[in-house]
Design a protein around this ligand. Structure first.
Ligand SMILES: Cc1cc2nc3c(=O)[nH]c(=O)nc-3n(C[C@H](O)[C@H](O)[C@H](O)COP(=O)(O)O)c2cc1C
Length: 416
């Protein structure tokens, strides 16, 4: 009997030394975040939390979504050529863009209607970017105004412009961005007409989401989002509030809105016009060929974003990452190159910089974080990117951003 007792005691002691109960996390946001280890995990959580139409608006792309998929595959198709025993201790991921510092080479891309993912919307993203030491780009179609965003961030802010038909309206917004000390203008040029986003077409998706039998059911199945949506201030195109062009006070299909309001016949001459009203840096976003990259440098802008709008415009457009090396070769350092599209990990940023980009832009990655866990979800994504970069550069033997070059990359398979 005594032997049995001591055996039980021993088993108990052994169990006590190996069993660890995690303290119960009471904060639901932290609980959700504790289950996520990657942007893809946050995407899955956002998919569960957001109504289908809202998730698809964020997640979807144009037509067959080949370009959407190819943007990510372009990174997957290139592996590293790691170097070892190089005596590299601490890795420095800080960099500069447009002559100003970034804590690592990333700019948060403009996304229209951000408050649809979470009521804190653009304010949350701008605060998070500022904390992380990164630039944030506010979209023309933002749901917080130029001034509201500046009020929550004293960091680097860029303003994205679409060429509205009403040039007075564009000039007015640009003057406001100047007055609010935005550092750069980002002119998006890949949207002469709206891409056919078939998930939105199928769902009859409008902004703001209209209420019908389908959306009521979808809303009921996603009560947390629905409660936040109906109890927070109505979502509007905050930069054109009350203007004749329409501020989204009544539901409108984004395709109809863009096709009615945006100038389809934008040309290189318009860059001169932009320059005449803005004397800070200009970035042309939506360059999709080496020829246009060179043409952009000739036009006198400071940077380009190689971008296909995250696969939301032309299905069949080349992947930005694949254009980086040829564009860098053709530009020979005349202007800076931003690689925009498909970034889901810090290692993607390392690859883009090694190929010849100065920095990357990312859109969906932070939107998944915002949709999954609000501002803390965005913080998490930006912290992961920094940690990924540190780890990846350490593993490939690169001590700083200046060390990165194409000798660290090799082409492997070609999944498109
Ligand atoms: C929901 C959503 C809204 C977007 N809205 C805009 C916009 O208003 N203006 C713009 O220039 N680009 C817009 N984009 C494109 C992004 O700026 C960026 O080019 C794209 O997200 C990059 O691809 P990624 O999502 O794979 O990072 C949007 C993208 C998404 C996902």
């Amino acid at each position: 009997m005594r032997i049995a007792n001591s055996s039980v005691l021993r088993i108990f002691e052994t169990l006590r030394s190996v069993v660890r109960f995690k303290p119960i996390e009471r904060d639901p946001v932290e609980r959700r975040l504790s289950r996520a280890a990657s942007v893809e995990d946050l995407r899955r959580i956002a998919r569960r939390r957001l109504p289908g139409g809202v998730f698809d608006y964020i997640d979807g792309g144009a037509e067959d979504e080949r370009t959407l998929v190819a943007n990510q595959n372009a990174f997957a198709n290139v592996t590293f050529n790691p170097r070892v025993l190089r005596g590299i201790g601490a890795v420095d991921i800080t960099s500069t863009l447009l002559g100003q510092p970034l804590s690592y080479p990333l700019v948060l891309a403009p996304t229209g209607f951000t408050r649809i993912a979470d009521p804190a919307g653009e304010l949350a993203v701008a605060r998070s970017a500022n904390r992380a030491g990164l630039s944030y780009t506010l979209s023309t179609l933002g749901t917080r105004s130029i001034e509201e965003v500046r009020a929550v961030s004293d960091g680097r802010l860029w303003f994205q412009v679409y060429a509205w038909r009403d040039r007075g309206l564009v000039k007015d917004m640009i003057d406001r961005a100047f007055g609010a000390n935005y550092e750069a203008l980002v002119l998006t040029v890949d949207t002469p007409v709206f891409g056919r986003r078939e998930r939105d077409v199928r769902r009859g998706f409008s902004l703001p989401p209209s209420i019908g039998p389908g959306t009521i059911l979808d809303g009921a199945l996603h009560p947390a989002w629905t409660w936040a949506f109906v109890t927070s201030e109505p979502i509007r195109f905050a930069n054109v509030l009350g203007r004749e062009v329409g501020d989204g006070a009544s539901p409108v299909s984004l395709a109809d809105y863009v096709n009615q309001q945006f100038e389809p016949a934008l040309s290189w001459d318009d860059i001169d016009w932009l320059r005449s009203i803005w004397d800070r840096p200009i970035v042309i976003k939506g360059i999709q060929s080496v020829e246009d990259a060179v043409r952009a440098a000739d036009s006198g802008v400071e940077a380009i974003a190689l971008s296909n709008h995250g696969g939301r415009q032309l299905d069949g457009a080349p992947s930005p990452f694949n254009l980086v090396a040829p564009a860098a070769d053709a530009l020979e350092g005349r202007i800076e190159i931003i690689c925009d599209g498909g970034v889901r990990r810090g290692s993607d940023i390392v690859k883009a910089v090694a190929a010849g980009a100065t920095a990357c832009m990312a859109g969906r990655a932070y939107l998944y974080g915002l949709g999954a866990a609000g501002e803390r979800g965005v913080d998490r994504v930006l912290a992961w990117f920094a940690a990924d970069m540190q780890r990846t550069m350490s593993l490939i033997g690169a001590g700083s951003i200046d060390d990165l070059d194409r000798s660290f990359l090799q082409q492997t398979t070609t999944r498109t």
